[in-house]
Design a protein around this ligand. Structure first.
Ligand code: ATP
Length: 353
């Protein structure tokens, strides 16, 4: 057992909606059950209500009448933020620029009356945990962005919050640093066993960090599920297209076949439907020789994207399909190809969200 592991609270959001005084309905009434110790990611486009949900859980915003927040079955709806034992980390670090790293990390402990010796010990733990050894006596304005974000995290965790709330904490950092900090954060959250609620509009971040993801759209929950569930089994078109790249094709389903302008696709257990919508992830489409395929097209472009190549094929299904193919496949623009798609890679979705 880790000495610094916190006891994370189970959080229940019950029927919480939010209409601001100017009449903006940021959040339709929604409920969420967050398991103690899990990392729940709120994912969605700008303005969908993620931050509002987070602020209601923190106690920075009051839900509309009828909404309640419970921490371990205690109703904290009327409890002010400083008594909820939450830690917060934002995109802007909100650190004290003239204070040292150590004083910033110890700040929350100091105002809670934790004695000097224990404070020093906990600051040292946090410094080790967040990999900022050697920077303890630097001022914040002498640190890089990544170092500042580590300090912000250390400060939030130092007080052993029951719930850690993170609002786009990595967004301000450059791509490679963001990737590195993302894996570090992942390790840290698991080590701490803390309940964490993490807001992001970045689906890769959501996938890596979330035990579960809440996909939000226009102030409502579009789907809740594990990263694999929202990726492979999206319940609607919005989730399919927001979480990863998706090919959406439309056509009638009859006798287990989805008929498309350039051919047909076999489906598993799909009932007949005169106007079906199906989703196919780019990496589940194989490029095969034309003669073998029920779906054919012409390669429009091939772009190398590092670990694979993105191939756009037109003509098949009367539209272009995006295919993520292994680099060893040799294809060129202008070439005629066949496409193979396994029946279980095709997900039939409701026509309207
Ligand atoms: P982003 O990713 O851009 O931060 P978000 O999903 O976190 O977006 P919120 O900040 O929760 O979205 O905002 C949801 C909606 O509520 C937006 O339309 C926003 O303009 C509106 N909103 C937020 N705060 C207020 C406020 N104090 N008064 C009026 N409207 C607000």
């Amino acid at each position: 057992m880790n000495a610094i592991a916190s006891h994370g609270a189970a959080v229940h959001v019950v029927n919480c909606g939010k209409t601001f005084p100017d009449g903006t309905q940021a959040l339709s009434p929604a409920s969420l059950d967050i398991v103690a110790g899990e990392t729940l990611v709120l994912l969605g486009p700008s303005g969908c209500g993620k931050t509002t949900m987070l602020r209601i859980i923190a106690g920075l915003e009051t839900p509309d009448a009828g909404g309640r927040i419970l921490f371990d079955n205690n109703d904290v709806t009327a409890t002010p933020i400083e008594q909820r034992h939450v830690g917060m980390v934002f995109q802007s670090y909100a650190l004290f620029p003239n204070m040292t790293v150590a004083d910033n990390i110890g700040y929350g402990l100091k105002i809670r009356g934790v004695g000097k010796a224990e404070r020093a010990a906990r600051v040292a733990e946090m410094v080790a945990l967040t990999n900022i050894g050697g920077l303890e006596n630097r001022r914040i304005d002498q640190l890089s962005g990544g170092q500042r974000q580590r300090v912000a995290l250390a400060r939030a965790v130092a007080v052993r919050p029951r719930v850690l709330l993170l609002d786009e904490p990595l967004t301000a950092l450059d791509a490679s640093l963001r990737d590195r900090l993302r894996s570090e954060l992942n390790r840290l959250l698991r080590e701490l066993g803390i309940t964490a609620i993490y807001v992001t509009h970045d689906q890769a971040e959501a996938m890596e960090l979330g035990d579960r993801i809440v996909v939000m759209r226009k102030g409502a929950i579009a789907q809740i599920g594990t990263p694999r569930e929202v990726y492979f089994e999206p319940q609607n078109r919005f989730v399919a297209e927001f979480v990863g790249a998706a090919n959406i094709v439309e056509g009638p389903i009859a006798g287990g076949r989805l008929t498309l302008p350039g051919g047909w696709l076999g489906l598993n257990d799909a009932p007949d439907n005169a106007a079906a919508v199906a989703m196919i992830r780019p990496e589940t489409i194989g490029i095969v020789s034309e003669g073998d395929a029920f779906l054919r097209g012409i390669v429009e472009s091939v772009s190398f994207i590092g670990d694979r190549q993105r191939v756009i094929v037109t003509g098949a299904a009367n539209r272009s399909l995006t295919v993520d193919a292994p680099n060893r496949i040799n294809v060129q623009a202008g070439e005629r190809v066949g496409l193979s798609i396994a029946p279980d890679a095709i997900r039939v979705l409701p026509k309207e969200d």
